[in-house]
Design a protein around this ligand. Structure first.
Ligand code: MN
Length: 208
């Protein structure tokens, strides 16, 4: 994840806006990245503007320390640093280059879930179980086991002490224009553009 600190900027997508077609449509990607993510970036910068003592902190540090910050910015930092972190993670986790689970992550997933199909079914059910807005994640726990968790709103997996490998945004803005209320169809399409190379790199980083 990015080592940037205040003032945060919105990193460009690692692919063009229409690159994930037909699975994730151009208009959704454009609005999601340029409007939604940009708003989290702007609001995070606004919250930190008058607090130089926090301006050297990375996203991870802000999220893990938000609880100890003054009341006036606590919630804003938590939500907006989370929003920036989650969206960068989500956008970096997709690619137009079709690929399959790979490396040590693929081996661990097979050992844990029996088959990739079984993993996909479990992950899909978790993502469907998010009531309202949130995310589903594949994470590595401190016990060295893979698990699938969900977070609400812009909460991240970080405060639970787990290390994120793969994450899907299931806020309606991530899919409503194309898939309307069909979150399951969106999840199926998202699996077509998962960047397993990136997921494996995340996994290797988590293992260290
Ligand atoms: Mn989103």
């Amino acid at each position: 994840m990015t080592q940037q600190h205040y003032p945060f900027s919105n990193p460009p997508l690692p692919y063009s806006y229409d690159a994930l077609e037909p699975y994730i449509d151009e208009k959704t990607v454009r609005i999601h990245h340029d409007k939604h993510l940009q708003t989290y970036v702007n609001n995070l910068n606004l919250a930190l503007k008058d607090y130089p003592e926090y301006q050297h902190m990375t996203l991870e540090e802000l999220i893990l320390n938000a609880y100890f910050m003054p009341q006036a910015i606590q919630v804003a930092v938590w939500n907006n640093a989370g929003g920036v972190y989650n969206h960068i993670f989500y956008f970096n986790g997709m690619t137009p280059n079709r690929n399959a689970p790979t490396g040590n992550l693929a081996k661990h997933m097979l050992a844990m879930y029996g088959s990739f199909e079984q993993f996909q079914e479990k992950f899909t059910n978790s993502a469907l179980s998010v009531f309202g807005s949130g995310y589903a994640w594949l994470v590595l726990g401190m016990d060295g086991h893979l698990s699938i968790i969900t977070t609400k709103n812009q909460n991240t997996p970080l405060p639970s002490g787990v290390c994120p490998i793969l994450g899907i945004d299931v806020w309606e803005h991530a899919y409503y224009l194309k898939h309307q209320n069909e979150r399951e169809a969106y999840i199926r399409d998202w699996f077509q553009v998962v960047n397993w190379q990136q997921a494996n790199e995340n996994y290797e980083k988590c293992m260290r």
